[in-house]
Design a protein around this ligand. Structure first.
Ligand SMILES: [Zn+2]
Length: 102
């Protein structure tokens, strides 16, 4: 799956930043994350350390799904996807895109 430098998600341009080092951008609640998204600065950070294409694609898809959820439900009134549900969708969608070369 091609990893672009920018991606438009429902009208909002997000920068995609691939990081092979840890800093505050990848830490949430004292844990190092595979990826994070900042809805204020429109940046998606992907941890690329010891990750293959499949891992990076799944992580990007995970953050894209967070962005979709956030865009449709800015006040957090309706959707409450769990991390497991987002991971399930992200893994499925990334796999389909990679295996079918789309
Ligand atoms: Zn998440």
């Amino acid at each position: 799956m091609k990893i672009p430098e920018k991606i438009n998600i429902l009208g909002f341009d997000y920068d995609i930043i691939l990081q092979d080092f840890i800093n505050d951008n990848l830490i949430v609640d004292n844990r190092v994350c595979a990826g994070t998204i900042n809805y204020h600065t429109y940046k998606i950070y992907i941890n690329t350390m010891e990750k293959d294409e499949q891992n990076i694609s799944q992580t990007l898809m995970h953050e894209i799904i967070h962005a979709i959820e956030h865009t449709f439900d800015r006040l957090n009134e309706y959707t409450n996807f769990t991390e497991w549900q987002i991971d399930m969708l992200a893994t499925g969608l990334a796999s389909i895109i990679i295996l079918n070369d789309i």
